[in-house]
Design a protein around this ligand. Structure first.
Ligand code: NAD
Length: 436
């Protein structure tokens, strides 16, 4: 099969490389010339474990190419995927669909054969209908079908998730669309990955419902963590105790500083807007969005408390360890670290930070924070150390060395990666999430 992937960001590039690895002939298209130039030079535009090797081997095998020209890239393609961004629209939180619609229009103008157009971007219910309208309006004489195929991969584990998905969801309205998608995913059929065929609108909603449900699970356990701190209970045991119930499941029950990243914040907001438009309020999701927003800055206050309160904190120094919204990515979008750093600098605290992959992007978002190139440089002279992201490198810190380097042995562990007794035995003042 020949596949064209329009948009070569996280989703487009990972999906494109994986489809090529399945044996398909794939062209990844992006309008960002520098991204395509770098890909031609074998340089990945994102940090994702295993991606550089996967791209290189498929380029070498002649199955994966890159171009900035949509017209050239889609020529002869059986399936044309749209994998461009759908960020929150400034001002109202609706998904900004301008990139998706611009691509649909360009496809309509350039289509030179029959093809299935697949929205892989996360898009609100009804977007597929509009994409279909745009293609019809382009006057193309070729047969086409518009299909929804949301992506569920996680950054940091993207290749494994794509190749061994829990399920593949395909929303199609006709047999042409279904049949081409069956061919596209045939290698996964053979792997026995479950494939769920639904209507297009249902498929679009499944993606938002999934993300909203996961965001709800995280927010639920975060609120339980706050309660644990008040009543002297341990949230990790609460998580285990409820997660062992198969009806609940143990995943996404790790208390922390709040969810961030490129998906949950914008997708929960977009779902609220869809619900509002259809006069069908989703009050649980409303509460989740509100609770998570206020939690991120509250984490900054937690660090200030460890310094003796906002007054005492002025002029002190904090080492922030971890800036990305989760480990194994360089993605800084909506990372809790941004709100934590802001709360600290607002209170007149000097902040030095280290992150294994996120500092280049973080610099732009946190102009008042000093970035250093290894964790102990941030810790030197610090009055408190805050772990914000659970990168492996922070799981095995040399605590004795930290004690010597820091101005005060104060550790705020927003990811619960240390055992309170162990750290306190070394003389640290230690606070974490939902544990006393
Ligand atoms: P991204 O910003 O990393 O990549 C989007 C790419 O599209 C960019 O490289 C951009 O230059 C390109 N682009 C924009 N307009 C274009 C055009 N007209 N022609 C060609 N290229 C164009 O975005 P992403 O993180 O890959 O997300 C893409 C979509 O997938 C979003 O809807 C997102 O919600 C969804 N999604 C993302 C993830 C994730 O983990 N990042 C997971 C599941 C779903």
């Amino acid at each position: 099969m020949k596949i064209a992937m329009v948009g070569s960001g996280y989703v487009g590039l990972v999906s494109g490389a994986c489809f090529a690895d399945f044996g398909h002939d794939v062209v990844c298209i992006d309008k960002d010339q520098s991204k395509i130039d770098r890909l031609h030079d074998g340089i990945m535009p994102i940090y994702e474990p295993g991606l550089a090797e996967l791209v290189a081997s498929n380029v070498d095998a002649g199955r994966l190419t890159f171009t900035t020209s949509l017209a050239d890239g889609i020529e002869g393609a059986d399936a044309i995927f749209i994998a461009v961004g759908t960020p929150s629209r400034r001002g109202d939180g609706h998904a900004d669909l301008s990139y998706v619609y611009a691509v649909a229009k360009e496809i309509g103008e350039s289509l030179s054969n029959d093809a299935v157009i697949v929205t892989k971007s996360t898009v609100p219910v009804g977007t597929g209908d509009e994409v279909e309208r745009i293609l019809s309006d382009s006057g193309t004489s070729h047969r086409f079908a518009v299909v929804s195929n949301p992506e569920f991969l996680r950054e940091g584990a993207a290749i494994g998730d794509f190749k061994r998905p829990d399920r593949i969801v395909i929303g199609a309205e006709d047999e042409f669309g279904r049949q081409v998608m069956r061919e596209v995913y045939r290698p996964l059929f053979l792997n026995e990955s479950p494939i769920l065929f639904t209507g297009r609108r249902t498929s679009e909603l499944i993606k938002y419902a999934a993300n909203a449900f996961l965001a709800t699970k995280i927010t639920f356990i975060n609120e339980m963590a706050d309660l644990c701190e008040k009543v002297g209970a341990n949230v990790q045991d609460v998580s285990r105790g409820i997660g062992m119930d198969n009806r609940i499941g143990s995943k996404f029950l790790h208390a922390g500083p709040g969810y961030g990243g490129s998906c949950f914040p914008k997708d929960t907001l977009a779902l609220l807007k869809t619900a509002e438009d259809y006069d069908s309020p989703t009050r649980i999701v409303e509460a989740v969005v509100k609770a998570n927003d206020s939690r991120k800055r509250a984490m900054g206050r937690k660090v200030l408390d460890a310094l003796g309160g906002a007054e005492a904190a002025r002029g002190k120094k904090v080492a922030l360890l971890g800036l990305t919204f989760k480990p194994n990515t360089d993605d800084m979008r909506d990372s809790p670290a941004i709100a934590v750093a802001q709360a600290l600098t607002d209170a007149g605290v000097e902040v030095a930070a280290f992150d294994p992959e996120g500092m280049e992007l973080a610099k732009l978002l946190m102009p008042d924070v000093t970035m250093v190139d290894e964790p102990y440089a941030a810790i030197e002279g610090a009055d408190a150390i805050a772990i914000v992201t659970e990168w492996d490198v922070f799981r095995a810190l040399d605590l004795k060395r930290i004690k010597d380097l820091a101005n005060a042995p104060v550790l705020v562990d927003l990811r619960n990666i240390y055992r309170p007794d162990d750290v306190r035995a070394l003389g640290f003042e230690y606070s974490s999430i939902g544990r006393t």
